[in-house]
Write a protein that binds this ligand. Structure first.
Ligand SMILES: N[C@@H](CCC(=O)N[C@@H](CS)C(=O)NCC(=O)O)C(=O)O
Length: 213
């Protein structure tokens, strides 16, 4: 059985949620962040050379990196469910949004987090560049969710599983006002209605109210 090493309030919520959506049994090991640094604790760091979440173990193999783990779980235990095949019309959209999550959206939010922690003021050109990039990314997300109910199109897929974190829990680290993004807010309401998402968040982060508003 897969073991999911879940760091509280982190991207590993995606893997708990994925397994709940697919109905795949798993062992959940939960770790709290270091209260001072907000980083993973030493026990988590010891799991993998990168020491960042998510990490899973399966049959003696340790695997990290959200996208790799999602593809691994779907390919090995999900019989391809929640993925889009090359012969389906939504294939390109599926790939685009799946990779946009960690290839563009998360780096842009992480850049803002680092700039904020360095104390750069709002007028700094680096802050302006990062804000512009993040604003364009969120504008694309809003536009996508105006045209389709889910990122890949008419069906919920793993592109939604990987895209959700920067739209929700990441806002605990980098605030974003979604009041002018009605389609993102409606999407978050749809996600919140999914029983698998509710179960995953209750198990993974019982003390946290999911950031769906
Ligand atoms: N691209 C990686 C990013 C992983 C990552 O940065 N995880 C954060 C949690 S959201 C982490 O472990 N932070 C704690 C630390 O750096 O010690 C993935 O998606 O797996």
């Amino acid at each position: 059985m897969i073991t999911i090493h879940h760091l509280g309030v982190s991207q590993s919520e995606r893997i708990v949620w994925l397994c709940e959506e697919l109905g795949i049994p798993y062992v959940l090991k939960r770790y709290d962040r270091d209260p001072k640094t907000r980083l993973a604790p030493l026990q988590y760091k010891a799991l993998h050379p990168m020491g960042i979440a998510p990490v899973i173990e399966d049959k003696g193999r340790v695997l990290a990196e959200s996208g790799a783990i999602i593809e691994y779980v779907i390919g090995k235990y999900g019989a391809g469910r929640l993925a889009v095949r090359p012969d389906q019309p939504e294939f390109a959209d599926y790939l685009y949004w799946f990779h946009f999550a960690n290839g563009t959206l998360m780096p842009s939010e992480m850049g803002s987090l680092i700039a904020k922690s360095l104390g750069l003021n709002d007028g700094h050109p680096v802050i302006a560049m990062l804000r512009d990039r993040a604003d364009r990314a969120f504008a694309m997300v809003e536009q996508r969710l105006r045209e389709a109910p889910w990122f890949a199109g008419p069906e919920f897929t793993a592109a939604d599983v990987i895209m959700l974190f920067p739209l929700t829990t990441m806002r605990a680290f980098v605030a974003r006002d979604l009041s002018a993004s009605p389609n993102i807010r409606a999407y978050l309401r749809r996600i919140g209605e999914r029983p698998a998402y509710q179960r995953a968040m209750a198990k993974g982060d019982p003390g946290m109210v999911p950031m769906l508003g």
